[in-house]
Write a protein that binds this ligand. Structure first.
Ligand code: FES
Length: 135
């Protein structure tokens, strides 16, 4: 049975923007990573979240040298609390994917502390990132 979280009209959940541009998700750049499997796991987590978590993909977000890049956008409530999007680089293994999912399931930026190991992978957003994925 699928359950759905009730959110105020227009409220957005924590959203994972998964870069799948020229380098992120490219097996030639990072051959040891199951890129399709990573995206499938993130989408499965969103499907199972009852609307508390969303996933979308993006073209290149900019910091290709830190592929795979995932941006964890705060929910409406997290943003109201002052949180900004967190940029995660080198999300290449199951541990990183686990950490991203765990944080997003807990509410994401502004709602829960990120796993300590994930903080080591946080990268500064490119200067024009707002245009691409929002704050
Ligand atoms: S392809 Fe992901 S940052 Fe460029």
């Amino acid at each position: 049975m699928t359950t759905f979280a009730i959110r105020p009209f227009g409220a957005r959940p924590c959203t994972l923007v998964v870069c799948r541009g020229c380098c992120c998700g490219d097996a030639r750049k990072n051959p040891g990573t199951d890129h399709a499997g990573q995206l499938a796991r993130l989408r499965d987590a969103a499907d199972a979240s009852g609307g508390r978590l969303a996933v979308r993909t993006s073209d290149c977000l900019g910091p290709c040298g830190q592929a795979n890049v995932i941006v964890v956008q705060p929910s409406t409530e997290g943003r109201r609390r002052g949180a900004r999007a967190a940029w995660i680089g080198w999300a290449l293994d199951d541990d990183a994917t686990d950490d991203v999912i765990a944080w997003a399931e807990a509410g994401g930026p502004g709602m829960a502390e990120p796993p300590t190991t994930l903080t080591l992978q946080m990268i500064p957003p490119p200067s024009d990132a707002r245009r691409r994925v929002g704050r």
